[in-house]
Design a protein around this ligand. Structure first.
Ligand SMILES: Nc1ncnc2c1ncn2[C@@H]1O[C@H](COP(=O)(O)OP(=O)(O)OP(=O)(O)O)[C@@H](O)[C@H]1O
Length: 382
């Protein structure tokens, strides 16, 4: 497990001091891949350097399996670094050494016997699927294969945690996918805690269990991927959702964006929505995926002649959040008017749109009585 506690890094002194990391707190559990994303200059490389102790934090702690590495002296630090395997964007392989010789390097430094090193290198190359490339030099390998050799080398000393600093940046999609699946295998087979630093959102979606967004040295949002994807108010969730083109609604249809807020959304939700609304629902575009074994998704739909508050409430009962697409002024105006009306008519001034923004728990259903008091029309179709 990696624990980052109040980690702060300041470069320079006095008037020239720059706070690059400001009291960061997060934890990467065993068998978890935790991504840190952020724009250029956010502090990602500085964080990587503080975690693998190439830079000393100004204050705060880096703990690996409970041991505070930031307080160690130089000698202890060298030993501690072996417990952190690091993979970088540049594979850092020695061009005059074969794949096997590159993987053997850390073992040679440690004085492991030749026979033992040979056995371990064969095991590691097998682990990363490159047994048949042991005698190849880096220039004879693809970018993805070189990165795999780098991963095998990072694993040579049996680290407890793995730090990946932009390891997939610059790789083609196929190589990225192969590195992603290797990292997941390592997470599951070796129970590794993996800190995955990147600026690539689509890779985060493929690889990570949880993610934090770093901006100007602060963590501005974090959470489990599944939860963020299901939270309509989450900026990270929005950035993680693959942007896919969608069709435009037909004349007379209002355009809505629907996203899953629950793990218990029925697979036939479009049919059910149409049936409960007693109106046709056109699917204009959709993305439905399984993330960490759970279904998450979103869709653009067109709906004809339906009271917006009824749509919002009916969708919510199915575990969905429905919002008018902002660039559709007709739907937005209708929804505004309807939200105003329903907040006037509902008891205690309860606002339908505020309710709709609250993520529902798995299997969550809204008591019929409270819906029908807000949306009398529901009684007709329920
Ligand atoms: N040694 C240093 N001395 C002073 N300032 C530094 C030093 N290293 C980094 N910085 C500053 O810290 C800030 C964060 O830099 P860092 O390289 O960690 O960002 P990053 O998120 O990795 O960016 P990129 O994605 O472009 O690599 C930047 O403003 C940078 O200028």
């Amino acid at each position: 497990m990696i624990s980052i506690e109040q980690l702060t890094k300041v470069y320079g002194h006095g008037a020239k001091a720059t706070v690059v990391l400001d009291r960061l707190d997060f934890r990467v559990d065993a068998a978890e891949i935790f991504a840190v994303v952020g724009p250029s200059g956010a502090g990602k490389s500085t964080l990587a350097q503080c975690v693998n102790l190439l830079e000393r934090p100004t204050s705060g702690s880096v703990l690996v399996n409970g041991e505070n590495l930031s307080q160690l002296g130089e000698r202890q630090l060298r030993a501690a670094r072996r417990r952190i395997g690091t993979i970088f964007q540049s594979d850092g392989l020695y061009s005059r050494r074969t794949a096997a010789q590159n993987v053997a390097l850390p073992l040679e430094y440690l004085g492991v016997t030749t026979a033992e090193a040979k056995r371990r290198v064969a095991e590691l190359l097998d682990r990363v699927g490159l047994s048949d490339r042991a005698g190849h030099y880096p220039h004879q390998l693809s970018g993805g294969q070189r990165q795999r050799v780098g991963i095998a080398r990072a694993l040579a000393l049996r680290p407890q945690v793995l730090l990946s600093d932009e390891a997939t940046s610059g790789l083609d999609p196929e190589s990225t996918a192969s590195i992603v699946s290797l990292l997941k295998e390592l997470r599951d087979d070796l129970d590794l805690s993996i800190l995955f630093i990147t600026h690539e959102m689509d890779t985060v979606l493929q690889v990570a269990d949880a993610v934090a967004r770093l901006d100007h040295g602060h963590i501005v949002e974090s959470g489990r991927i599944v939860d963020l994807l299901r939270d309509p108010a989450s900026a990270l969730g929005r950035a993680l959702r693959p942007a896919r083109p969608h069709a435009t609604p037909q004349l007379g249809e209002t355009h809505w964006f629907v996203s899953y807020t629950s793990g218990a959304v029925p697979a036939d939700w479009v049919l059910r929505l149409a049936s409960e609304l007693d109106a046709p629902v056109s699917v204009l575009g959709a993305s439905i995926e399984t993330v960490a074994g759970q279904t998450v998704g979103h869709a653009n739909i067109g709906v004809r002649a339906v009271e917006p508050a009824l749509l919002v409430e009916t969708a919510r009962r199915l575990g969905l959040d429905a919002r008018p697409v902002p660039e559709d002024p007709e739907a937005a105006a209708l929804a505004d008017r309807s939200a105003e009306e329903s907040s006037r008519s509902s008891d205690g001034g309860r606002s339908t749109s505020a309710d709709a923004s609250a993520p529902a728990a798995a299997g969550d259903t809204t008591p019929e009585a409270s819906i029908s008091s807000t949306v009398p029309a529901l009684e007709r179709v329920a």
